[in-house]
Every structure is written in C-alpha cells, then in structure tokens.
Write a protein that binds this ligand. Structure first.
Ligand code: SF4
Ligand SMILES: [Zn+2]
Length: 365
C-alpha cells in the first residue's frame, strides 16, 4: 500500500535521527479541571514511559499524524521502573487530592502509555497490575481512563483489571479517528477496520451489566487529503456513527503538525494545512445539537503555527471558550471576526484536486 510504504519510510528516518531517552526523562503529569462521568471534577494525567506503540514500530510505520513514538524508550522498560515512575508522578498531587476530597470533588486519572495500555508488550502486565492495585486503594480516584487500539480490548484482560479495581469506573479510549474506511485506511494508515472497532465496543458493552466500564472514541479532525469541508462533514458523521453503535463519549482531536510524520511532510510541501478553528467550532456545535452523548474538543496546539488557526484576533478567545464548553457541554458562543469570510471561502472548496496530490510522488525531505 502506498501510504504504508511512505509512512514506514518517514518513520524509519525519524527513528534513525531520534536520540534514545531514558524512562526517567519521559514520564510526565499534570492536573486540571475536567468533566467526569460523575460531573465536574479534576483529572490527573500521567504519561507512563513505554517502548512505544507496536503499530508504529512495526512494518506499517504507524498512523500518518502520530509522533508519540518520539516520547518512548524504543526498548523494553522493566515493570518495576514503570511502576516507580508512575508513583513519583502520582505523589506530586497528594495535596490536590486531599483538597478535592475535602470538597467532596471527584477525581479521574488518565493513564497515557503513548500507545496501548492494554497491550502487554507496551505496558507489561506486572506494571499494569501494580499501577491499578495502587489506584484501587485510593478512595478519591473514582474513574480510571486508559487508551488502547481495539485488538487489545479482550474480555480476559478486562476481567483481570476489574478483579483489581472493583467498582471503580474504567474507560477505554480508542482512536477510531474516522468512520470512513477510505480515510482511516488510506489517509491515516490506522490498520484496523470498522468491524474491529465494533468488536471492541461490543466486548465493552457485554461487560456493562457486571462492571462499571465505558468506552470513548477519538476522532481526528482533518486527516491529510481531505478538504476543509470534507473534514467537517466526516468528523460529524463519525460522531453520529459512534453514538449509534453505543460508544459512551467522543473526543475530537484537531490535527496538529508533529515532527517526523507524513502530515508534517505534506505540510512542508504546502499540501496540507491544519483545520481552521471555525471548522472545529462548527463540528462541536453541530455534534452537541445532534447527538446526546458527551463530546469533547481537544485544544492542544490551537493558535500555533503547527496547529488549528483562525487569526491573531480570535484564536485565543475561541480556545478558552471551547475549553469552558467542554466542561459545561454547551454550545460554543462566539463573536464574528474578519477572518470568517476567508474560512467560508475555504469551506466552499468541496473536494481537493486529488490528482495534484499523489502520495507516491511526495519527495522525502
Ligand atoms: S495514533 Fe495510536 S495507534 Fe496510531 S501510531 Fe499513534 S499511538 Fe499508535
Ligand atoms: Zn479571526
């Protein structure tokens, strides 16, 4: 497949240039307001060091927009080191946890493995068990969120997890990116089908009677080779599809340009621009009106050269309004801005002239 060859080539070059980093340099964390299943509360985000996403390290080269691999060790890290680093990060928030407990505020924890938390090759079972055992004893943490590709969502692994965490809520976030097969396969190089995704969602649904289990889908806003208009429509369609098949929440990730990716290559050649923030507003407002499940809009990279962009006058304010709307699940209210006209003209381009952009003709830079 053209897209796989190109992704693999770009990935290999970027891996060659990458400086190997120790696990200690890669763990990170932050704490922020969030909307939990139980209502408004706080979330602790912890990045745990892993060798890297198996899909990105394999023959496929991974997904065209993803550079998580550059935050990974590229070699196995022993379970004990992973657990110790997780604990070091977690302990930074003991004061905040106490404060939230006093206010009767709920806390969620999001464990990011820069790939699949449920894949034992990325997060060894021993590390996974120890992290979950540690969290199981903390009453303030009521919701645990992890990310995984669908092929690792298996009943036996989930059974092992619930044996440890009991009745805490456990959410698995899966990067579906798009419900459109051509987009997901040919433009994102995701490597799984809608059937694979639905199988994972059905496994989660089958456990709902006995466990507090939830699912979330990530939806990529504006993959490569889509016009602004196509990108808006596909993101909305994907959210509707997710609701229809029983996903509990959706989270949109507007594309940003990360180093060592196919998307960066196309951006450098002038063949790709991240979405307008107006497109993002259009998506979230339509989705909040037309579907009932909670929807979130990631605002990372907004207003930067490599991220979603409108104009200097309105970038910042819209970003804050979107962050607030995530917490309240309301519509994004905005004032018109001069840049809107240019956006409207942009969305009138219904289809890219695809004959001009041929993956196989992209020079490697
Ligand atoms: S998006 Fe997910 S599956 Fe794709 S390469 Fe990145 S971590 Fe791996
Ligand atoms: Zn503007």
């Amino acid at each position: 497949m053209e897209i796989q060859n190109l992704t693999k080539e770009i990935r290999d070059r970027s891996l060659e240039r990458m400086k190997k980093r120790k696990p200690e340099e890669l763990s990170a964390s932050w704490f922020q307001d969030d909307l939990l299943y139980s209502g408004k509360g706080k979330s602790i985000f912890i990045i745990i060091p892993t060798p890297g996403c198996s899909w990105a390290l394999g023959d496929s080269g991974g997904c065209t927009m993803c550079s998580y691999i550059s935050d990974c060790t590229l070699e196995p890290t022993d379970a004990d080191t992973i657990f110790q680093l997780f604990k070091n990060e977690f302990k930074k928030y003991l004061d905040e946890i106490k404060e939230s407990e006093e206010k009767n505020e709920k806390i969620a924890i999001k464990l990011f493995a820069s790939g699949s938390f449920l894949n034992p090759k990325e997060v060894p079972k021993e590390a996974r068990d120890n992290i979950l055992k540690y969290l199981a004893t903390n009453k303030a943490i009521t919701e645990i969120i992890v990310e995984s590709r669908p092929e690792y969502v298996k009943k036996e692994i989930l059974g092992e997890i619930f044996e440890i965490i009991g009745d805490k809520l456990f959410e698995i976030a899966i990067g579906l990116e798009s419900s459109n097969d051509e987009t997901r396969e040919e433009k994102i190089n995701k490597g799984f089908s809608r059937e694979d995704f639905e199988k994972a969602i059905n496994t989660i649904k089958s456990l709902k009677n006995s466990h507090n289990i939830k699912s979330k889908a990530y939806i990529l806003v504006k993959p490569i080779l889509l016009s602004e208009k196509e990108a808006i429509n596909e993101a909305i369609e994907t959210a509707k599809y997710c609701e229809k098949i029983g996903v509990d929440r959706v989270s949109f990730t507007p594309a940003t340009i990360h180093k060592g990716t196919v998307i960066e290559q196309m951006w450098r050649l002038g063949a790709y621009q991240p979405p307008w923030i107006w497109s993002v507003v259009k998506i979230i407002n339509t989705v909040r009106k037309e579907i009932a499940i909670p929807s979130f809009m990631d605002t990372s990279g907004f207003g930067s050269r490599r991220g979603p962009y409108n104009c200097k006058k309105c970038n910042k304010e819209l970003k804050h309004t979107i962050i607030n709307s995530n917490l309240n699940q309301n519509m994004v209210e905005y004032e018109n801005c001069d840049c809107m006209e240019e956006w409207i003209a942009n969305t009138k381009i219904a289809n890219l002239n695809k004959s001009q952009i041929k993956i196989k003709h992209l020079p490697l830079i």
